[in-house]
Design a protein around this ligand. Sequence first.
Ligand SMILES: Nc1ncnc2c1ncn2[C@@H]1O[C@H](COP(=O)(O)OP(=O)(O)OP(=O)(O)O)[C@@H](O)[C@H]1O
Ligand SMILES: [Mg+2]
Length: 365
Amino acid sequence: MHLKNLTLRNFKNHAELVLDFSEGVNCITGANGSGKTNILDALHFLSFTKSFLIHQDHQLVRDDCDSMLLDGVYDNNGFEQTVQVLLKKPGRKTFKVNNNAVGKLGSHIGMLPLVLIAPQDIWLLQEGSSERRRFMDMALCQLDKQYLSNLNLYNKAVEQRNRLLKQTASDALHTLDDEQLESLNKVMIPAAEYIYNKRTAFIKEFVPFVVDSYHTISGGTEVAGIIYNSNLQQGKLGTLLQKSIEKDKILQRTSVGIHKDDLEFSLNNFPIKTHASQGQQKTFIIALKMAVCYYIHSQTNIYPMLLLDDIFEKLDSNRSMAFLQMAANNYSGQVIITDTHIERCKAALQLTNKEIYYITLTTNG
Ligand SMILES: Nc1ncnc2c1ncn2[C@@H]1O[C@H](COP(=O)(O)OP(=O)(O)OP(=O)(O)O)[C@@H](O)[C@H]1O
Ligand SMILES: [Mg+2]
């Protein structure tokens, strides 16, 4: 699976842009603000039905325009596949695959496997646990449709449960509607069990890929580690919900469940957030993302498209070279790199034995 051609119309700063891509390594260069990251975001949108940067779809439409269009032509094992999205303000979007409308957008996720490495990934280490759950979800949703549907069911039920707890607290008599609570618990329990089992199995198989990738990039002896923490390791969700109901009433929210899951990242058994340098942190993130590529390949035999936004930041030259060797030379999937300096890209990629396809953007997109 690889991208052959992409058209952007009124997508962010791009009024009209048509680009061809090579099956191997592509390098998009251009000045700050020329729209390099926006192109990667467009590809993210075509794969995940949403932007990786913007939460409100209408902000993706070029200023002063009413709609935007993205049109990707992919090669799927020799067959041409088109994926098109039309988004009209205030936010209605239609997806078409080979000109057929996609009913449920969730069903599209996983069709065009993609892994993006971007500066914002540092949130994985610096922000709260939701970023780390999102990381697992992004990997698992691409592999398993039931994972996404269980996750949606669960999230909706938790939201409703929290609303119920809030309503009860504001109610003069504080009487909890036990029946409603029970019916929400009944939705949450099997969905949580499914997600918990998938996350547990994923981390177990995934960690060796991270250790390997980290080792390849750092060339050193540091060992990367990940521990998965979940309330469900203490017992079944049904029991945990029962035990915590009094606490939940006081907090007015659900205090146990897979929406509290977290990952502990470490280097030589020390927490990465507090003990690792910026370069080591960046290496860790890149290793994590490369490991997702290899993990998806191990499950599907498909190498996800790999997008690298501004990867030269913070890595020393040995690590940049080792990483580029890994991504550009040894990775068998399609790779799209962005950088402000074509010379830096050329110098960094000169040792790779693959042909590099360069795309240069002008500042007005
Ligand atoms: N809805 C929009 N309409 C018009 N322009 C937009 C819209 N959304 C974003 N932009 C513009 O897109 C421009 C390019 O953004 P982008 O982040 O893709 O640049 P870049 O080439 O990656 O730059 P850098 O090298 O700094 O990372 C920004 O200047 C931003 O103002
Ligand atoms: Mg950018």
